[in-house]
Design a protein around this ligand. Structure first.
Ligand SMILES: NC(=O)c1ccc[n+]([C@@H]2O[C@H](COP(=O)([O-])OP(=O)(O)OC[C@H]3O[C@@H](n4cnc5c(N)ncnc54)[C@H](O)[C@@H]3O)[C@@H](O)[C@H]2O)c1
Length: 380
């Protein structure tokens, strides 16, 4: 008999897996968690006990379990590609944390294998499916800010040293702000404005060693990236990603058009809300200021921030927690829907994030080989 709820098996019972355990079943009803594994069996047993997961086991046992339809991989980045391939070869659909893989070639192999075997693959983040970013997209599609020509993305901060209990992997191959954080911003960007055409970037690192909790980690990758992007539709923008900045006042994600500018919710934490300024409102306010220098000061200063209007959304921004993408995949498997978190978009994002380091290493622009469709919008 055909299933009406799919079984998810969580591989990797560390810090972040609980975000999925909170939602798969309780919030997202297409899926329930039926098994969990970890290379450290104590962790798998602990999570199973705390969250009522019926089958704590090894990864081999999880992948042999007929109750598991979707392998949900929540391990560190270096194991994403081998575990994804292992799960696909066991006949399971895969939802894996970001990044999809450490190289474009690995991402390509995953997509080719899954496509040839009729299996679904998707990768975190799924935050672009949230109501705030979906509303931003519909405003842009409706022409609210006119023709879009620019954007800015900035995730710059002190890195995970002060909050992640076992965060060494952030400073090893597969970690760093580009591999770790760019997928949030690029998924949101591509879902709103479409695929990327080319990338240029410089990278460096401020520290060769980082103190994490009670020990010191050798930094193996660059931790400060300054890049620019051009999309296939001609939109250009900058992207700053850093673990080397104590604190900064830069917008997470803004999109600029001929008639207005949109402050979008941060695709990582949903901070900043959704706010819009229209050129006509700025013009009316500015032209009412008679003094030349006062008018210049008003336009050039942060004063026009008062003109940004909060955009109401059908549901609270950030209400949808992690797990939406898995539910979306389950909907496709159960009812034949078209995936919004598609493996083609994941591959495109993986090519882009690995393109950053290729550009930095060669001092040349990186031209994207892949493309992808914008995922279908969600009606909230
Ligand atoms: N911690 C966060 O706030 C956060 C947020 C978003 C995304 N993520 C992503 O989630 C993933 C996991 O992050 P985390 O913070 O939970 O890391 P973590 O180190 O706390 O947990 C990872 C777990 O995976 C297990 N593991 C490692 N290799 C394995 C393998 N081959 N087979 C089975 N188990 C294995 C480890 O023993 C550990 O228990 C990363 O890709 C990270 O980027 C984390």
């Amino acid at each position: 008999m055909a299933k009406d709820v799919l079984g998810a098996g969580i591989i990797g019972c560390g810090t972040f897996c609980t975000e999925y355990l909170k939602t798969l079943g309780p919030v997202y009803k297409n899926v329930k968690v039926v098994a969990c594994s970890d290379i450290d069996m104590d962790r798998a047993n602990k999570i199973a006990k705390e969250w009522g997961v019926p089958h704590p086991c090894t990864t081999e046992e999880l992948l042999a379990d007929p109750e598991v339809d979707i392998a949900v991989i929540v391990t560190g980045p270096g194991s994403h590609y081998p575990l994804t391939m292992q799960a696909l070869k066991a006949g399971k659909h895969v939802y894996c944390e970001k990044p999809m893989a450490l190289t474009f070639e690995q991402a390509d192999e995953i997509v080719e294998y899954a496509a040839a075997h009729g299996l679904f693959v998707a990768n975190a983040p799924d935050t672009f499916l949230d109501c705030g970013l979906q509303t931003a997209r519909s405003l842009i599609d409706e022409g609210e800010i006119g023709k879009v020509n620019g954007m800015t993305i900035n995730f710059v901060g002190p890195g995970p040293d002060l909050w992640h209990p076992t965060g060494d992997f952030y400073y090893k191959r597969g970690g760093g702000p580009v591999m770790d954080m760019a997928p949030y911003y690029l998924s949101a960007l591509v879902s709103i404005l479409g695929p990327i055409e080319s990338i240029f970037c410089y990278t460096n690192r401020a520290f060769d060693q980082r103190p994490i909790q009670d020990h010191v980690v050798d930094v193996e990758i660059d931790t400060n990236c300054c890049g620019v992007l051009r999309l296939k539709n001609g939109v250009i923008g900058n992207i700053n990603l850093s673990f080397d900045v104590v604190h900064a006042r830069q917008p997470y994600f803004e999109i600029y058009g001929t008639k207005g500018a949109l402050i979008c919710p941060d695709p990582n934490t949903y901070k900043d809300g959704l706010r819009l300024i229209k050129y006509e409102d700025l013009k009316e306010k500015a032209l009412a200021i008679p003094d030349y220098w006062d008018r210049v000061a008003y336009i050039d200063s942060p004063a026009p921030m008062e003109l940004y209007k909060d955009i109401p959304t059908p549901k609270p921004i950030g209400e949808n927690h992690r797990g939406m993408g898995i539910n979306d995949m389950a909907e496709c498997i159960l009812h034949g829907a078209k995936p919004r978190c598609s493996m083609y978009m994941s591959r495109h994002i993986t090519e882009a994030i690995t393109g950053f380091s290729k550009s930095a290493a060669t001092g040349m622009q990186y031209f994207m080989k892949t493309t992808c469709e914008r995922p279908d919008p969600i009606e909230y």
